[in-house]
Design a binder for this molecule. Structure first.
Ligand SMILES: Cc1ncc(COP(=O)(O)O)c(C=O)c1O
Length: 396
């Protein structure tokens, strides 16, 4: 029977031997074999990427992480999925698997801060040069490709400013030039966008966010096609990347309700945006909500849904009053890691290099325009509106 993804997520795995609706958490470093022949046969199967239910050594994962790999393989329609201990580990894994000394990496300027930092500060120590392109300007992207460009790293939509790019155009050009492509799809998740189907070689999601959904577990998923599988496997094995069985279990548990939670985040967000749209102190809402905007059109072209993460552009000559607005919210926690059940807020400084973020090279906002990122959680949106209403008055 062909099942919908919602049904699949409710029944992805169970534990028949223990008669449990959930898989067991298998913590194991030593895996036992009946004979040397069996061990060698099994390792051969793993090398050929044949389906297995256990690995030969705990560092490569356990039955629990394989359960998660299989669920994500299906969701992403991937050749293989590599799991890492944090989302950021998946970004580093991709870059370090593909790029070598002398190569160039072309990176969208609006990527997640630490992705920018690794591209700018770490890879140069290995003689890999990073170039940043304007996500709103395809010609800039095109002009920065050289015969040394080995990898293109895109995040869609961009962190904090939420620009949407024309993904198929990027992939087409990259394929013509034989350049490897990577997409950070944490915002969309493979439920709403399948990067490998568009033609990206690597599709990355921070499992810490909506997959886990409960602001506790951390992890990353790097889904790949056959073309890059061997390169990534080589680095993955030798660098010791791994996700623990406990985190994998929590992420499997989160995935069961991913579809339901995402729908509710989206519904709540629409209600809150309807309120925010009418507020004079808010100059712009960086979310695909306005059908006449370029970002809406590009979102509609590729995505089948949206979620609870966006930014508002607050106009004020007094930054301290925006800080007061943020601080006075009662239901919005001040914190970074979004995608959980709860609402969050953070004032971002993208204009300057700070301890936490790298300066943007392409930044279209004026000095008195402040980017406040909101995550709309699963609370009653009318309570969130009341909270926002009583705090917006502090903005001067
Ligand atoms: C878009 C994006 N990519 C990657 C990451 C890194 O994920 P993690 O926090 O799991 O390391 C984050 C974290 O905030 C993110 O927002």
């Amino acid at each position: 029977m062909k099942k919908s993804i919602s049904t699949f997520l409710k029944h992805p795995t169970k534990d028949s031997s223990n008669r449990s609706a959930n898989p067991p958490v298998t913590r194991a470093s030593t895996i036992l074999f009946n004979s040397m022949q069996e061990l060698h046969q099994h390792e051969k199967r793993i090398k050929q990427n044949k389906k297995v239910s256990y690995y030969s050594y705990g560092r490569y994962g356990s039955t629990t992480t394989i359960e998660l790999e299989n669920i994500l393989k299906k969701l992403e329609e991937a050749y293989h999925v590599f799991l890492t201990g944090t989302g950021f580990g998946g970004v580093a894994l991709a870059i370090m698997s593909i790029c070598r000394p002398g190569d160039e990496i072309l990176v969208s300027d609006n990527v997640y801060g630490p992705t920018k930092e690794i591209s700018e500060e770490l890879v140069c120590e290995f003689n890999i040069k990073a170039k940043f392109y304007d996500p709103d300007n395809f010609s800039d992207f095109k002009n920065k490709i050289t015969n040394k460009t080995k990898m293109i790293l895109v995040e869609n939509p961009g962190s904090n400013t939420f620009e949407f790019q024309d993904l198929a155009k990027i992939v087409q050009l990259a394929k013509r030039k034989k350049i490897f492509t990577f997409l950070d799809n944490t915002w969309g998740t493979p439920l709403y966008l399948k990067p490998l189907k568009i033609g990206f070689d690597m599709s990355f999601t921070s499992a810490t966010k909506y997959y886990s959904g409960h602001s506790d577990a951390m992890g990353g998923s790097l889904a790949v096609n056959k073309k890059v599988f061997k390169k990534v496997m080589f680095f993955y094995k030798l660098s010791g990347y791994r996700m623990s069985a406990d985190e994998a279990y929590l992420i499997i548990r989160g995935l069961r309700t991913l579809d339901v939670r995402l729908k509710q985040h989206y519904e709540n967000t629409k209600v809150v945006i309807n309120f925010l749209k009418k507020q004079k102190k808010i100059k712009e809402i960086l979310y695909p909500h306005n059908p006449s905007s370029k970002n809406y059109k590009l979102w509609k072209k590729y995505y089948s849904g949206a979620n609870g993460l966006f930014s508002i552009v607050v106009k004020s000559k007094k930054k301290s009053s925006v800080v007061r607005f943020v601080n006075s919210l009662k239901l919005f926690g001040i914190g970074y890691s979004w995608g959980g059940f709860e609402s969050l807020v953070i004032l971002q400084n993208l204009r300057d290099t700070t301890k936490y973020t790298k300066k943007r090279k392409f930044f279209r906002f004026a000095k008195d325009e402040h980017i406040v990122r909101l995550h709309i959680g699963l609370e009653d949106p009318n309570d969130l509106i009341k909270d926002l209403k009583s705090s917006l008055k502090y903005i001067r």
